[in-house]
Ligand binder design. Sequence first.
Ligand SMILES: *Cc1c(COP(=O)(O)O)cnc(C)c1O
Length: 644
Amino acid sequence: MKEHSHSIEAWDKDAADALYGVSKWGAGYFAIGDNGNLCVTPDIEKPHMQIDFASVISDIQQANIQFPVVVRFHDVLRAQVVHLNKAFNKCIQEANYQGQYRGVYPVKVNQMREVVEEIVDAGKEYHYGLEAGSKAELITILAYNTTPEALTVLNGYKDEEFVNLAFLAQKLGRKVLIVVEKFSEIATIIKIANELGEMPMIGLRAKMSVKGRGKWEGSGGDRAKFGLTISEIINAGKTLADAGMGESLKLLHFHIGSQLTDIRAVKEAINEGALIYAELRHLGFNLEYVDIGGGLGIDYDGTKSTNDSSRNYSIEEYVADVVYGMQEVCDLEKVPHPTLVSESGRAITAHHSCVITEIMGEIRPDSAQADLTIGHEEHVILTNMRELSENIELATNLQEVFNDASQYKEQANDAFKFRVIGLTELAQVETLYWQIMQKLQLRYAGEEFVPEEIQALEFNLSSQYLCNFSVFQSAADTWAIDQILPVMPLTRLNEAPTVNCSLVDITCDSDGKIDQFAVGREISNVLPMHPLIPNEKYHLGLFLTGAYQDVMGDMHNLFGRLNEVHIFSYDDDPQDFYIEEVVHGSSVENVLSVMQYNPHSMAIDVKRLIDKRVVEGVMKPREGVRWTDFYEDCLKGYTYLKTQ
Ligand SMILES: *Cc1c(COP(=O)(O)O)cnc(C)c1O
């Protein structure tokens, strides 16, 4: 657990930046303004253009859109597409690399229509293509017009229907690469190619011996789920050649995992992949492409390290290792430089969206204080606890105080179960216990050695801020794989955050919480926030949610999809922006329909029950109408808490 390095008096926006790491994870898009509000610079090439989150919030409120809200900055999405493509093109030119770059966006990372459309549009001038990993994704991307030179890469396990769809895409004029993930798919492709009399373009996915590092390291290595072993690759080449389709073999593919934290894994993979490519070339197959998969990481925790939620390299360093690494092996092996394909999804989409929610209140373990006046026949457990609390200033062995207090609390719980003490006395014991814990924490402050139990007290005594959102819908990876996402207040950043708290959501699930934060340069289970001011809204932002989080959430507790606003910046006014589109989140009706209910007939059923009460005279007719309308309004309403 960390100490704040800035004293409260010296607090300023730089201190806030250091604490929340904005300039580290923000990648130039996010910064704290002089007014203490977070702002976004949607196009790094136009740094004068800054959108204040306070204005975004006020526009959302004025448009009567309820929180929580997903905010998408389309300019950021476009800027990331340009950034990646320019980085490859620049490096290829500098290295005098003979191949080209033809990236594809893997739609699984965020399949939202507006996201895919924006990426396709921004990528046109770079012939940026699309990647699909399932039939439904292929059906989706078939409808998009990428440029004729752009690639359409098909990964994932394939049945005949999938392969037929691939041929349809080819007939529509696309450059389709069918990547074989499993040896038996070769036979399917050959069969359908013969039936249709078409020559496909085929890729082989290699099972790599190098493993990525981080959460996804199982994507590489011998137990990887996808890909062909070296002997299968050679067999695949032979099988295709025997079928007269040797020329169809165009691409070598590998993907050693998402969010690669260590650049060394990238280098090793490029080296291994380049050698396999060169070998296939030596065997007489005229491969044109090497597809290096995804894995380009995001610095979620702002440490630029090999932490699971970080990465120790920049986009430029990644690109240089790919280009120079491939060039070196190809030159040594005297084979042509292949066209480089990459499938970066996370790096393209993570920054462009965030979730804004409101804090609904504070939960404290010691919030309720029992009346501590001594009753006439006080039980000895309570007396012990009271004396412990009163004498704590004199105590020399603090560990003993902690042990005793914990023991009395347990005894009190048992005594209550056996009806030896009543609820009032139990409440008094509880109140005293938390008072003792607070005093202990104060006495340990500044000590060098703090026992583990006392360290844990900081967390146990910290507040929980209740946030109007569901972790399972909006930040699935924080729950599923302990992913760290940047979380911070959007305003008051020139004011010292004096409340250490963790965050809890509004689901009934005790896993519905966030208690891992990047604070300063460390991972902490509390986040410093500002004290809540009565009758004043306090908004929280959850950042870098554009990759996976946006689309992987579920409807736990029937909390549905969020309202969305899509924001564009104005070129002529640096302060200004406009909400281009509002996408309404799920209504209660929507989520019920997904679960097979029929909201229309439910409304009729409830109306019937209400009418019955009216007939019975239990409810006035006017009242009946009101309740009927109310139920119907709720069905049409948002699934989250109403705050305005
Ligand atoms: C998931 C996946 C990607 C995307 O990876 P990122 O790390 O998000 O860039 C690319 N290729 C394949 C085969 C994938 O499975």
